[in-house]
Write a protein that binds this ligand. Structure first.
Ligand SMILES: *Cc1c(COP(=O)(O)O)cnc(C)c1O
Length: 369
């Protein structure tokens, strides 16, 4: 059997790309706020119902600059149960990460744990909508209001997600997206920040272009984090197909849920009420009452050419750059520690054949005997 990887990028039909390439070749405008860049920013802002979207060359630089744009200093409360870029963005800004534990069902930052972690040096919360499942946005906003903190959502997994009919990007001070090849909406490499005022958009635009304000004026210490025209084209084409992408992912997720219902010892995530999901990932947690441990199951699947991924393992608080932080102590993070040891994300992408989903579930059933 062919290798089945955890994800496969959606690519628009090549014949849809060609006319755009012709235009780029005619324009000879490859980057620096070109026409396709402008068009994608507008279309994404409309799609999300936010005032502005600023495009980036990748999600990590967008995170770095989101923290800079809000001028955050001191301590930032975040989750250890995420991709490394979330915490790295804090260290690159000379900020102190303070890890708080997550909720045991969806693995998102637990507002109760966040409140316990607040000190007089805390300036912001950096929560992650893990697997695209929304954080407790109202609980976190209440904390932020009470303690005068900013919220920057790492929404790298959450493109297309809605809470109470509103795009999830409308919450918090800033939301940061990734359009990396492995994400459900991709521009090869890319990222974005959703923001809510003209002033903030302006500041972010300066930061991502060296600080240039006109030909000879440079304000602040900006960097180069701009999206190029080809990536913007990929975004525009992808957006046309996005409803279909969501629909196909939903079908795959439903098939997994139906098949897994009867298997003891494997926990999966149910849909949340009032949420429009994107099914960006399909995480499964291997419990003690399943005959195989997580790593053995991971290997069993791999032996049959099914390549799951252990997102998120290892926990960030276990890594050399973070383990000496007081908040990295395992006793502070019992839920995250447990999830990291149990999780496997199964393959999910629009063109994943449902027969493969059935085959994966047969292997799980077979291993459960
Ligand atoms: C992918 C990802 C990022 C980084 O995005 P890039 O575009 O790869 O730089 C940041 N945070 C999370 C949670 C991610 O999954």
């Amino acid at each position: 059997m062919e290798k089945i990887l955890v994800t496969q990028p959606f690519l628009p039909p090549l014949e849809e790309v060609e006319p755009y390439l012709k235009q780029i070749w005619e324009n000879k405008w490859l980057t620096n706020n070109g026409p396709f860049h402008k068009e994608l920013e507008q279309k994404l802002a409309d799609y999300m119902g936010v005032k502005h979207v600023a495009l980036f060359s990748n999600g990590t630089l967008a995170l770095l600059l989101a923290l800079k744009a809000l001028d955050i200093k001191g301590e930032v409360i975040t989750t250890p149960y995420t991709f490394v870029a979330t915490a790295h963005a804090l260290l690159w800004n000379n900020l102190t990460p303070v890890f708080a534990d997550v909720d045991p069902v969806y693995g998102n930052l637990d507002p109760v744990a966040v409140e316990r972690a607040i000190t007089d040096r805390t300036e912001a919360i950096l929560p992650v909508h893990v697997y695209g499942n929304p954080c407790d946005v109202s609980g976190l906003q209440k904390l932020a209001d009470k303690h005068n903190l900013k919220i920057i959502y790492d929404a790298a997994h959450a493109f297309g997600v809605k809470v109470n009919e509103k795009s999830i990007m409308q919450y918090g001070d800033l939301s940061v997206m990734s359009f990396h090849a492995t994400k459900l909406f991709n521009t090869f490499e890319g990222g974005a920040i959703a923001c809510h005022t003209d002033e903030m958009k302006n500041k972010i635009d300066h930061l991502k272009n060296f600080g240039f304000d006109g030909e000879t004026t440079i304000i602040g210490t900006g960097i180069n984090a701009k999206m190029n025209e080809f990536s913007a084209v990929m975004g525009l084409l992808q957006l046309n197909h996005f409803d279909d992408i969501l629909c196909k992912r939903q079908t795959v997720a439903e098939r997994y849920r139906k098949n897994l219902e009867g298997i003891n010892g494997l926990r999966f995530m149910h849909e949340m009420s009032g949420v429009g999901h994107n099914n960006a990932y399909f995480p499964v947690f291997v419990g003690n009452n399943y005959p195989l441990d997580r790593d053995t199951l991971y290997q069993t699947l791999k032996d049959q050419n099914i390549y799951g991924r252990r997102y998120f393992y290892p926990l960030i608080s276990w890594l050399d750059s973070y383990r000496d932080l007081p908040s990295s102590n395992a006793s502070n993070l019992p839920v995250a520690e447990k999830m990291a040891k149990q999780v496997i994300c199964f393959p999910i992408y629009p063109d994943l054949n449902l027969d493969i989903v059935d085959l994966i579930c047969d292997i799980l059933n077979e291993s459960n005997k």
